[in-house]
Write a new protein. Structure first.
Length: 213
């Protein structure tokens, strides 16, 4: 006997029992729910394979960066060593040239220091600038070969005019650079020639033949 959703079964010589019916889709409805829960749960958990891959990428990136940084450090160290070596060689060269200008050429220490400053302690520039001074002096020496006492006038040790030669050379070089001439070296050389001509004329002013030009 059925009463709605209840089923009544009569027992022999016993009280009747009530039962709930079994629905056909009862079993099938539970499976999708279970699969859905399992599926969504699995998506939220990191897999072991993904973790190992990330670790490999991280370790490999770290090793690559370390290698690149090591190469940069080695390159910088070598560059610094070469720069320090070159600086030391320049110091030795410029000191040797400065000593020669004082002991052999007769330049005062003040003049040598000025030449070094104007050359920015570059031995090549110091050699070039001091060479122009000697060349200009030799030009005037030839011009004044018939002038009495011209050799004394060109002597750095004898002519008091050269006591301020450091200042005079500084003025000449700075004027040449400040004027932004196309031929700075030519201007410096011609100015040095005029400088030595004036030095001879001032020293030999008592002699008519001393005037050169």
């Amino acid at each position: 006997m059925k009463k709605g959703y209840l089923i009544v079964k009569h027992q022999f010589n016993a009280a009747s029992k009530l039962f709930l019916p079994k629905f056909e889709n009862e079993k099938s409805t539970s499976m999708p729910v279970k699969e859905e829960i399992t599926s969504s749960f699995g998506k939220n958990l990191p897999s072991n394979k993904s973790t190992l891959t990330d670790k490999y990428i991280t370790d490999n990136t770290r090793d690559t960066c370390s290698e690149i940084n090591s190469k940069k450090i080695v390159a910088i160290t070598q560059k610094e060593k070469q720069a320090a070596k070159q600086k030391k060689l320049n110091e030795l060269e410029i000191n040797a040239l400065s000593n020669s200008l004082e002991t052999k050429a007769g330049f005062s220490k003040r003049t040598v220091n000025m030449l070094k400053a104007l050359s920015f302690n570059d031995p090549k520039k110091l050699y070039q600038l001091s060479g122009m001074v000697f060349k200009a002096k030799n030009v005037v020496k030839k011009q004044a070969r018939n002038v009495i006492n011209s050799q004394l006038a060109l002597s750095f040790e004898i002519n008091n005019r050269y006591e301020n030669m450091a200042v005079d050379i500084q003025r000449i070089v700075m004027t040449a650079n400040r004027s932004k001439r196309s031929n700075v070296e030519g201007y410096i050389f011609s100015s040095l020639v005029n400088y030595f001509q004036e030095a001879v004329n001032d020293y030999c002013i008592h002699d008519v033949q001393s005037v050169i030009g």
